[in-house]
Write a protein that binds this ligand. Sequence first.
Ligand SMILES: [Zn+2]
Ligand SMILES: [Zn+2]
Length: 94
Amino acid sequence: MGQINATTCQDCGHHFELSLGGGFLAQVVFCEECGRGEAVFHGGKLLGERDDEPGWSGRCPRCHGRLSLRARARCPRCRSTRLDVDEEPTVLWD
Ligand SMILES: [Zn+2]
Ligand SMILES: [Zn+2]
């Protein structure tokens, strides 16, 4: 199941909502360049479950960086990876 959590950047104080996890049809992956999170539709098969998979799936629509399962979420304002993520999700989705 995917979720959306209220998040605060530790470096610039920016508040934003971060999508995490994955559901039955889509999974959130992050851009290696700008940290943008994109829900990638995988048709019911979770990405990255096999070691021989490349671990990335497509291009970021904003900067054309790689969307990677190994990329970390970043602040959309300053690109910091030091984020305070609320433990309680504000939205859950399938
Ligand atoms: Zn920031
Ligand atoms: Zn990007």
